[in-house]
Ligand binder design. Structure first.
Ligand code: CDP
Ligand code: CDP
Length: 226
């Protein structure tokens, strides 16, 4: 029987992680876990409760009493917070622009990593985030670090917003993405880094299909060695 492996996909905002991770997971009939959604969900709950996002202890207590569930959906992963579907709400700019503040806290990260590792106990998982190859799944059989220029990443988000009929400002997106990348890369705990054994793919001029094909090839090659 073919062994079920773990595939870790990391990289900065809008590098294409969730789009390609979902397709790669479908390809192998693996589960797909978008870990960013978990940080977004707790940020959304904290904002609704008017909690100071710098207050690590209060946030941690909140997280301990919070159920975050992830389910496969037709258009990507569905996110349930304490039983309520918040898939769309957690993508708001209010959440996007503050999630990195919540994600820098040590206690929050430790709890999230624990929950994420539980999803992956049996292998057969494609997980995307910022610290998957470095901390969450350090033994993942395939690790990929996706990159793209900030201009390209802002363009992708801009295009996505326009397609969905949302208002969008390209320059503002560029600024927001750069700020988030800076906080994510400079935080003390599990900063955004390429794992030593991760394969870097610059997706700036690659299509989604190109990136998926590269990762599927890497996974097939790795499975063949097991
Ligand atoms: O999809 P996008 O790249 O905009 O972001 P995301 O993957 O939804 O992640 C939102 C934020 O959560 C990131 O900017 C990080 O601050 C945090 N995050 C993290 O710290 N570690 C992860 N494994 C995943 C996300
Ligand atoms: O998960 P992450 O924030 O890294 O990015 P994403 O939400 O998967 O992708 C951001 C946008 O870029 C989506 O609209 C994708 O369709 C698009 N994309 C692209 O145009 N070319 C790629 N090679 C990858 C993603």
């Amino acid at each position: 029987m073919t062994k079920n492996i773990s595939i870790a996909i990391d990289g900065p905002a809008a590098a294409g992680k969730s789009t390609v991770a979902k397709i790669v997971a479908e390809n192998f009939s693996y589960i797909y876990i978008d870990t960013g959604a978990m940080y977004r969900a707790i940020t959304y709950k904290a904002q609704k409760a008017n909690i100071d996002l710098e207050d690590e202890d209060v946030l941690f207590k909140l997280l301990e009493n919070t159920k975050i569930e992830l389910f496969p959906g037709d258009n990507g992963q569905l996110v349930f917070l304490d039983g309520e579907n918040v898939t769309n709400e957690i993508r708001s700019s209010e959440v996007t622009n503050y999630v990195s503040i919540v994600a820098k806290h040590r206690l929050i990260r430790a709890e999230m990593v624990k929950r994420q590792q539980e999803f992956a106990v049996n292998g057969g998982v494609v997980m995307d985030g910022r610290d998957i190859g470095t901390f969450v799944l350090p033994d993942a059989e395939v690790k990929v670090f996706l990159l793209a220029s900030v201009e390209e990443r802002a363009q992708r988000r801009h295009h996505e917003n326009i397609q969905k009929g949302y208002p969008s400002d390209l320059e503002k997106l560029k600024e927001e993405i750069s700020t988030r990348d800076k906080i994510d890369s400079e935080r003390e705990v599990a900063p955004l880094r390429k794992a030593k054994d991760a394969i870097e793919i610059d997706t700036t001029s690659l299509s989604i299909q190109d990136v998926v094909a590269r990762i599927v090839d890497l996974a097939v090659e790795r499975i063949a060695t097991l």
